[in-house]
Design a protein. Sequence first.
Length: 130
Amino acid sequence: MNFREKARGSFDSQLDHRSYDHAVNSHQQIDARSLAFGRAIAGRLIEKPELIEHARANIHLWLKTCSPGVDRTLHEWLAVLNGPLSGTIELLTAEDERATRLRQSNAFAGVLSNQERNRILRQFHDAQPA
């Protein structure tokens, strides 16, 4: 058994699998909630394409104060926002890794009303096991 296998075995023996499963499920729940927000935003964007300007303004504001590691993500957002509307809607509603990652810093923050946000949050809260 090599060093890596020993280290991994030691780590695995100490890992509480219930905590790991909870963390994975929690992260999946966060991604699903983010997707629900994205879908709601996409619906608003179809009705009001000018909301793209709100997202661009958010990105430009965030770029002034973000850490160096985050600016790459924000520039990815800008590239999407500067492209066709269909690309932005696709990003907001897609389930692939890139879309999921970018929605973690959703450029459309502030677009949904508190009522819309709370409706989505309640759906996920009510769906959680007791």
